[in-house]
Design a protein. Sequence first.
Length: 522
Amino acid sequence: MALGIRWAQTGSAGAWVALTTDPLLWIIVTAPLFLGVFAALGGHQHDGLRGLTAELEDRVKERTADLVSAVDRLRLITDNVADGLLTIDLDGRLVGPASAQAVRWFGEPTDRSGLAEWLKADDPTFGDLLAMGLDQIREDILPVELTLEQLPRQFQSGDRQYEFDARVIPGGRELLLVIRDATDRLALARERAASEERHAVIAQMLRDPGGFQLFRTDCEHLLEEARETDSEATCKKALHTLKGNSAVYGFCRLASVCHQIEDELQDSGAPLLDEEQGKRLQETYADSIQQVAAFLPDEADVVRVSREELLRLADSGGVSEHIRKTLERWTHEPLQPILDRLVSHGERVAERLGKQVDFVAEAGDARVNLDAHGEFIAQLCHVVRNAIDHGVESPDARHAANKPKRATVRLQATDSVEGTLLSVADDGRGIDWEQIAEKAKRLGLPAATAEQRLAALLCDGFSTSDSVSDISGRGVGLGSVWTSAKSLGIHPSLETRIGQGTRMLFLMPHEPPSATRIRAAS
């Protein structure tokens, strides 16, 4: 038994096994057998793993192909929508590719392009406003919905006008921008507004053709004054009055341009109109007049006599006193159509402010000498707007004060021996003189006496409103009315009671029957 190994057979035809009492020797002898078995088993497992790996690779390729296909389909969609789509970070830099429409509009963005530069926005303030809005989003102080609302929504690039919406992408570090070309839509909206304006003005003009001619005369005078004056106060008053008169007669586009220029002057601190602003004002007026001039009523059946000729006849010795006064009166303008126009304007203002107001206009046969008092009449729109905006309370406030929800604004004109008394009254909150005094003191104005408080109320730049709108808040209108009235010999006065309302009165003295005080009309 060499090496201490004995071989034995299991059964008559069984396998031979090695028997030994030496463990090391047993391992040496049997190792090849076990290695063969393990190799066979390992090869089988390796083949299984290799098959599983191949299957996983096939699945990855399949999923990758599906993902690429989905991305391609998504890209196909985004590249064929009318809107431009892109993402930016909170520093205003583009992140990732922009959609094909955005590239067609603004060109291929360079690496890390800034949004404002890439959009080629013509307005230099666009980039500043965008940066301020993004800063607020980064600071995360205000609700993100409110911050997004404060981002600029429109910009112009070349001859096209664009609008965009911004949405925060989950994670809060990037924004999705959806840009739309709004040029055609805005042009259509402007045309629709012009058409509505045209219809409203034509209806007004047909009711009162004489008033329309007076409106044109006043507008041209105010335009010239606003563009040519060297006085800041005169410029502001002319612009503000032009805005009010335009709104009264339904020329909303002209009123809107006046308001825009008022904002521009306030923002820039400029005292006077620049050349571009004056040109914009003049062109808007000319276009507005051109839209309706062809619709002036035919006056073929009207015999036209100049005021100069009529007054010359009145002053001649060949007519009775009654006829002389009648002829002179015919040179004056009826006040009822003027008050009716102011009522129409007041109704539009009340609707915009959400206030319920009933208007009453009563002038009877009272007339006004527009050559003598026309400048004052042109200012009355400020009084009406002031009554609605500052005098009349909201429906809820009136209900809380046990008042009817519908307020009343009354415009009246009556003739007397002393002259024509014109008044504008409301049943609103009245003037709180203590509040006027407190604000006057903050502005460094004297307010110890009733006269000083009234002077403060009428001071340029003084307003009881804390905000500026296209209706009021600039502190120009009421003072302009008072100044104009006094300069023309009209006696203004004011009556007010807290909680009951305010009444403004203007006594226009009868003019002496002298043709020299009347401008001749051709």
